[in-house]
Design a binder for this molecule. Structure first.
Ligand code: HEM
Length: 431
């Protein structure tokens, strides 16, 4: 049966969706694999909820385009979804040869980052953050850890000194949590000035960093093109990595199978990350595509340039009758999307999230949630599965009395720390 574009769209915004997205996905599946939704008041879209149909769409570049320019003419200019969807001259919103050109620059540059150096850098920045709250015994793991950590890391990867990290963190926090348009404009201006300064510095003097590699790549991007790829890399990398870390931590800290692993080892940080990628992916619904011509797609009649998105969260969790337990496909999921626009930074992102979680839990062995998981506040919005906050508590750490370093020994780099109990670990810090 063919559905019409306006057939009772289901809202993907507001607290109703954020509180229980899987209930909404179950309703959407009743429409078939492609369902009508509203992603903001008055902004209609189609959402693909079936794994195989999603793969078909993501791989078919003849039928589908990533260019939103015709669609965005139909959307109110102040719509809250435009920042995630409107055209920019970067890898995400272009097709064919231009996409391949930008993509080569981003992928080649990320492949030049040595994994062991990346791990060491994440650990160093994680320690800096843990030192800031380690003595207090309580922490909001979103605002004090999972959010600033990827930003501080990108600041380094793009080749800026640590002193610029707080500027980037403050600008992005301001853009996310602005109270009113004035604060939002000020935060946007702070972000712009950070990026302009970054490009200016690197255009003058190269280093062993992503910005310099983007500038020097044989694809010969202009300085303006580099600027757009830098902004996209920050935008695409930061928020989902924050959500991957915090969503995984929220599971680990309330589930005995993980909790016990902090001291005696059952399931690891990587297990929590894999569970999140399948059941609660950091990008829940995205992969915006637009048919180049009118098309009938698995029962939905879709006009040229209408917005179609993929629900990775729904596609990953569709009931398949296989039940729990080991499966021959290893629990395949679409958290990184698929096809030509699939995430090019999957390996570094996994390394960052795993290291961040292992570093934290190896220092704070008795970390626990300060509120039940059911009461955690989720941010409304159609795209991300994101916690507002993740309040936790732990036995405060004692600083190193010699003052040489707040940490008198390195923590374990695995999620199964060597110290048998958290008390023993705490003593080690005071030694
Ligand atoms: C180091 C951190 C990360 C960086 C630098 C990064 C970078 C990027 C870039 C540049 C793209 C656009 C690729 C293209 O259009 O060809 C992309 C796409 C994507 N990334 Fe990542 N990413 C990071 C982490 C993550 C994480 C943690 C997730 C979630 C698990 C994720 C999920 C995705 C998805 C679903 C897409 C496809 C988006 C779409 O087509 O609309 N990424 N990423």
């Amino acid at each position: 049966m063919t559905s019409s574009y306006r057939a009772e769209p289901i809202a993907l915004y507001g607290p109703g969706f954020a509180d229980n997205p899987h209930a909404v996905y179950a309703r959407l599946r009743q429409y078939g694999p492609v369902a009508p939704v509203e992603i903001a008041p008055g902004v209609a879209a189609w959402l693909v909820t079936d794994y195989h149909v999603a793969l078909e769409l993501l791989r078919d570049t003849v039928t589908w385009s990533k260019d939103p320019r015709a669609w965005q003419q139909t959307v109110p200019p102040d719509s809250p979804v435009l920042p995630m969807l409107q055209y920019r001259p970067n890898v995400l919103f272009n097709d064919d040869e231009l996409h391949r050109r930008y993509r080569r620059v981003v992928s080649d540059s990320f492949s030049m980052i040595e994994p062991h150096l990346l791990r060491a850098e994440v650990a160093r920045l994680a320690d800096t953050l843990i030192q800031q709250f380690g003595r207090t015994g309580s922490v909001d793991l979103v605002t004090q850890y999972a959010r600033p950590l990827p930003l501080m890391l990108f600041n380094t990867l793009f080749g800026m000194p640590d002193s610029y990290g707080p500027r980037l963190v403050a600008a992005l926090a301001g853009m996310l949590e602005a109270n009113g348009p004035e604060e939002a404009t000020a935060a946007g201006a702070a972000f712009e000035s950070y990026v302009t300064e970054l490009i200016g510095m690197k255009a003058e003097r190269r280093g062993a960093d992503l910005t310099s590699w983007y500038l020097d790549h044989p694809e010969n991007l202009s300085v303006e093109e580099v600027l757009h790829q830098v902004v996209l890399t920050l935008g695409a990398g930061n928020e989902p990595t924050t959500n991957l870390i915090s969503n995984a931590l929220s599971r680990m800290l309330c589930d005995e199978r993980y909790y016990s692993s902090l001291s005696s080892g059952a399931l690891t940080a990587r297990d929590a990350i894999d569970e999140v990628l399948r059941t609660e992916p950091p990008m829940a619904n995205y992969s915006a595509h637009y048919p180049r011509n009118d098309v009938t797609f698995h029962g939905a009649y879709i006009r040229a340039h209408q917005l179609v998105m993929v629900s990775y969260a729904a596609a990953n969790t569709a009931p398949d009758g296989l039940g729990d337990g080991p499966r021959s496909d290893g629990g395949a999921h679409l958290a990184w999307a698929a096809g030509p626009h699939a995430c090019p930074a999957k390996q570094p992102a996994l390394l960052i999230a795993t290291t961040a979680i292992e570093r934290l839990t190896s220092y704070l062995g008795d970390l626990e949630l300060a509120v039940p998981r059911e009461q955690l506040p989720w941010r409304p919005g159609p795209f991300h599965r994101a916690l507002h906050s993740l309040p936790a508590r732990f036995t405060p750490l004692s600083p190193d009395p010699t003052g040489a370093s707040p940490w008198s020994r390195s923590p374990s780099t695995t999620s199964t720390p060597s110290a048998p109990t958290s008390t023993a670990r705490r003593r080690a810090f005071a030694r």
